[in-house]
Design a protein around this ligand. Structure first.
Ligand code: 13P
Ligand code: SF4
Length: 368
């Protein structure tokens, strides 16, 4: 687990990086960026704070960032403003001589932490015993490199919220059943949208080691869902949608597919972060939206489209606390260290894990 690794991989940030003015941070980052020139690429996920993402050379959703990382052949340093699993994927997809840096190693993902290798190996043994060789594993990219490697070793692949449907279609051409981890909601929402009824799904509770939500007979199961979730997206509720429908039926509700089944069913549309951005960009002036995803992105969209009414679906803030750990002090610290010739907070995946995790990621990238 990432949190167990933190003390060994990240030294505390020196005090000189704290309590500077906005201008000092901005100038410091811009200067370090200039000095590093083509040796540096900064990548940023859509959930990053405004004051950080403005320094990114590339922004995107998880799939776009993985594709962009794969294309970076020149940069010696890739500073990844996102969460740990994204930086791991970038390390796996880039060359050995390139260093991927996460400005704050505590920027993990609570969902990725919900699946560890030992639990997966135990689940796999149960699955093989009860269902035989009928199952292919598919992991959402929001998982550790070790989980991706397991999946790669067992003939499976990764997916993101953009390509989950295409990946599941591919997986069903290989095996009768799919083990989908770690996000039960993305798995359920995607499979249901493909026409698979809930009776053909079951949830594996990895903590108790038991099946749950068995709505149909075991021989009919087609999608085995890991009991993981996103703590940000599960805060959006059916009540919030019903309230909006009553207040203003013209407001369109758009959510990320990490939201629960009920929420996705009740919404007007759902998709990845880039999909949500595109839908709003394409909407006519005067459109009204309630958006069920991370608050930084929703606030940025509201700011960028003053001619539309854009609000967060929930009345309380929904920040991804780990994404928000990447801030200007940490960005400046990592960049100035690079200028001084020191690589800090490097995310480095071992050779064997890289080989098999890359197998899984490459399969995904070739599927689409
Ligand atoms: P996207 O691939 O849609 O950007 O999602 C990443 C993520 O972590 C959502 O919580
Ligand atoms: Fe992980 Fe949820 Fe944050 Fe996305 S929003 S990085 S799934 S905790």
């Amino acid at each position: 687990m990432i949190r167990d690794m933190i003390p060994t991989v990240q030294k505390p940030m020196p005090d000189i990086y704290r309590n500077r003015s906005d201008q000092e941070y901005d100038e410091g980052i811009a200067q370090a960026k200039k000095r590093l020139g083509k040796d540096l690429v900064i990548m940023g996920h859509h959930y990053q704070r405004d004051d950080v993402i403005r320094f990114a050379d590339f922004t995107g959703d998880s799939l776009e960032l993985a594709r962009i990382a794969e294309k970076q052949k020149r940069a010696q340093y890739i500073v990844f403003c996102g969460v740990h699993f994204m930086a791991e994927s970038a390390d796996i997809l880039t060359g050995e001589e390139q260093a991927v840096i996460l400005p704050d190693m505590k920027a993990g993902c609570s969902m990725a932490d919900m699946a560890d290798l030992e639990e997966l190996e135990e689940a796999w043994d149960v699955i093989q015993e009860e269902l035989g060789d009928t199952v292919i594993p598919v992991t959402y990219v929001n998982s550790t490199a070790a989980i991706k490697a397991f999946v790669g070793r067992h003939g499976g692949t990764t997916c993101t919220s953009t390509n989950a449907k295409g990946v599941l279609e591919w997986a069903f051409t290989r095996k009768k059943r799919i083990l989908f981890l770690p996000d039960q909601h993305l798995g359920r929402n995607t499979a249901y949208a493909m026409g698979i009824p809930l009776e053909q799904m079951a949830v594996w509770n990895q903590v108790e080691g038991v099946w749950e939500e068995e709505k149909g007979p075991k021989e009919d199961w087609r999608v085995l869902l890991w009991k993981g979730h996103c703590s940000v997206h599960t805060k959006f509720t059916l009540d919030q949608i019903e309230k909006i429908r009553k207040q203003d039926p013209k407001t369109r509700v758009i959510v990320h597919p990490e939201c629960t089944f009920d929420v996705v069913q009740a919404s007007d549309d759902n998709g990845s972060t880039s999909y949500i951005i595109r839908r709003i960009q394409e909407a006519p002036s005067g459109s009204k939206w309630a958006v069920g995803t991370e608050v930084n992105l929703v606030q940025r969209l509201a700011h960028q489209h003053p001619d539309q009414e854009i609000r967060l679906l929930s009345e309380t803030m929904c920040p991804c606390l780990t994404m928000n750990r990447i801030d200007r002090p940490h960005l400046l610290w990592t960049l100035e260290s690079l200028v001084e010739g020191r690589i800090i907070n490097q995310v480095s995946v071992d050779e064997d894990t890289t080989h098999w995790a890359k197998t899984a990621l490459d399969r995904m990238l070739s599927i689409g």
